[in-house]
Design a protein around this ligand. Structure first.
Ligand code: ACO
Ligand code: KIV
Ligand code: MG
Length: 558
């Protein structure tokens, strides 16, 4: 089935005539004022609006993130919203540097109730809105342009009158021409100018004009043009905080907000992780961290982002998507081999004091309180990089390169069988089974060693096929003597060792690559508190693997 033809049902949103637009050449060098509307726009979009306890928990989390303006509800809409505002004020829950905000329609009874809800507030933003776009004027209000302007002006006048009568509160006024994104620019300006003419803001006592993409209907460059146009044409611009409020209907709210700030916006309204009506409000966390990765501090704290997410998910009862920027479960995870390889090399070479340069990771997960362990995950698309990274990070095992290649085949076999992702524990289990298995033909028991300066003699007590045996040999060093004691055709091709852990718990890991009976080379691994014992165990590990592979070894005949 094809989608029906759209030409007769939908039309393109017209571009803005702004040939001398300046925003494309701008960069963002300072954060905007952030306003969280989680408790209003976010809350009104929930299947079940939050309880007072959840709202309070969410409020404290928003404060903890460092957001200084918080829209806490629509107090004329319900007793619950009214009571929550009262609770914040009466219980003195609002820190001195935080301002609460409330929304109201431009209707007299609603405005009166809204102002009542704020009695006793130290500072408050009263947010008035009415829709201005042609379709809303026609479909929702059945009003002319003049009548729509009159609603806004009357609402503003009443708020002015009511707030003037309560000078104990520091009042800030915000006006939103709702549906701005779909409105004629000259009319949006006309309404905003009419409102600011009533409020009479000054550079010392600014008002907020908030230009929402109530519904996102165009590409973000068009929204940026709309904002730049308003930025240039609004009356009393020096007395106005120009705010934007993008929704995400086309999935480009973050881009729209960023371009809008480049176009002159001073302030952004949104929600944490992008909750909100329909496809959501713009995600403040993504915006803030996008800035952070450009070297501009957003002035917000997401250093324990998982805690913030937990609160938001529990209060909203909506999970954050696993691929959500910065916070999703899978965003610091690489499954594919070439990504894992590059990330592993990046971490190894990253200068802790230098510029962040780990491939594929635009941000250091540690900055967000997320752990490196979550970075690499292994499934059938993965190469050796991921699995060896996990072994090193979790178990301190630093496999030499050729062993990595050999071992990755063993892990791949397991994944091909199960078809599932494996974690560090699973990988370690495969490693133990392959290299450290106690079930091999040879088992080390004990050894004695003599070094007379000209050579080394060893006597090794071992179990071979369940029977105790004593093996003796001499050589240039312990390993040479031990290989001689085995009486087999063995060539030592490569040898690596390193310590695991430190202090009294330290152990040694030895990796040997042997050619047994002229066959293909293979690795053995030994781990022990004693470095010599670890090397003997590594040789036996390789020999056992050779025997297991069904290759004939001279030892079998002995
Ligand atoms: C884009 C946004 O997010 S805007 C915020 C939206 N949020 C909410 O609506 C949540 C809270 N709202 C509510 O609980 C209710 O809508 C209330 C209590 C505010 C009002 O409820 P009601 O009185 O039943 O009115 P309702 O919401 O249905 O609004 C419809 C009426 O308000 C008028 N209206 C709508 N918006 C506005 C406005 N901003 N200013 C003035 N009048 C408005 C409509 O024209 C309509 O009038 P009509 O009945 O004469 O045709
Ligand atoms: C009230 C306004 C600002 C709003 O939420 C919107 O237009 O999306
Ligand atoms: Mg909104």
């Amino acid at each position: 089935m094809m989608l029906p033809h759209p030409e007769n049902k939908y039309r393109a949103f017209p571009p803005v005539r702004l040939a001398d637009r300046t925003w494309p050449d701008k960069t963002i060098t300072a954060p905007p004022v952030w306003m969280s509307t989680d408790l209003r726009d976010g809350n009104q979009a929930l299947i079940e609006p939050m309880s007072a306890a959840s709202k309070m928990r969410f409020f404290d989390t928003i404060v903890g993130c460092g957001i200084k303006e918080i829209e806490v509800g629509f107090p004329s809409a319900s007793q619950a919203d009214f009571d929550f505002v009262r609770q914040l004020i009466e219980q003195d829950r609002v820190p001195a540097d935080v301002t609460i905000e409330v929304l109201t329609q431009a209707r007299e009874d609603l405005i009166r109730r809204t102002i009542d809800s704020l009695a006793g507030a130290r500072r408050a933003i009263v947010h008035l809105y009415n829709a201005v776009s042609p379709s809303f004027r026609r479909i929702v209000f059945n009003m002319s342009r003049e009548e729509v302007v009159a609603i806004a002006v009357a609402g503003t006048r009443l708020i002015r009158e009511l707030t003037d009568a309560r000078p104990e509160t520091e009042w800030v006024f915000e006006y939103s021409p709702e549906t701005f994104s779909m409105a004629e620019l000259d009319f949006a300006r006309e309404v905003c100018d009419a409102v600011s003419a009533v409020w009479q803001p000054t550079p010392e006592r600014k008002m907020i004009i908030n230009l929402p993409s109530t519904v996102e209907v165009s590409t973000p460059n068009v929204y940026a043009d709309q904002i730049e146009w308003m930025h240039r044409h609004l009356a009393r611009r020096d007395s106005i905080v120009l705010s934007v409020h993008p929704h995400n209907d086309r999935g480009t709210a973050v881009a729209a907000a960023e371009l809008a700030v480049m176009a002159g916006a001073d302030r952004v309204e949104g929600c944490l992780f992008g909750n909100g009506e329909r496809t959501g409000n713009v995600d403040l966390v993504t915006l803030a961290l996008n800035l952070y990765t450009q070297g501009v501090h957003p002035g917000l704290d997401f250093s324990d982002i998982d805690e913030v997410r937990k609160c938001v998910e529990e209060c909203n009862q909506i999970p954050v998507h696993p691929r959500h920027p910065y916070v999703g479960d899978l965003v610091f995870t690489a499954f594919s081999g070439s990504h894992q390889d590059a990330i592993k090399k990046g971490f190894a070479q990253q200068d802790p004091q230098g510029l962040w340069e780990v491939p594929y990771l635009p941000i250091d997960p540690a900055d967000l309180g997320r752990s490196y362990d979550a970075v690499i995950r292994v499934n059938s698309q993965s190469g050796k990089g991921g699995m060896t990274y996990l072994l090193e990070q979790t178990y301190g095992l630093k496999l030499p390169r050729r062993l990595q290649i050999e071992f990755s085949r063993a892990v791949q076999r397991v994944m091909d069988e199960t078809g599932k992702e494996v974690d560090a524990k699973d990988i370690h289990a495969v490693f133990e089974e392959e290299y450290l298995s106690p079930d091999g033909a040879f088992k080390y028991h004990a050894h004695r060693m003599q070094d007379d300066g000209s050579g080394v003699k060893v006597q090794v007590e071992a179990i071979r096929h369940g029977r105790p045996v004593t093996l003796s040999g001499a050589g240039n060093g312990p390993l040479d003597a031990f290989v001689a004691a085995l009486g087999m055709d063995i060539r030592l091709m490569d040898y690596h060792e390193h310590a695991i852990g430190g202090g009294s718990d330290a152990r040694a890991a030895c990796y040997v690559e042997l050619r047994v009976n002229g066959g293909a080379t293979l690795f053995g691994v030994g781990i022990d508190e004693n470095i010599v014992t670890a090397s003997f165990k590594a040789v036996l590990s390789a020999v056992n693997r050779d025997l297991q592979d069904g290759r004939e070894a001279t030892a079998m005949a002995a």
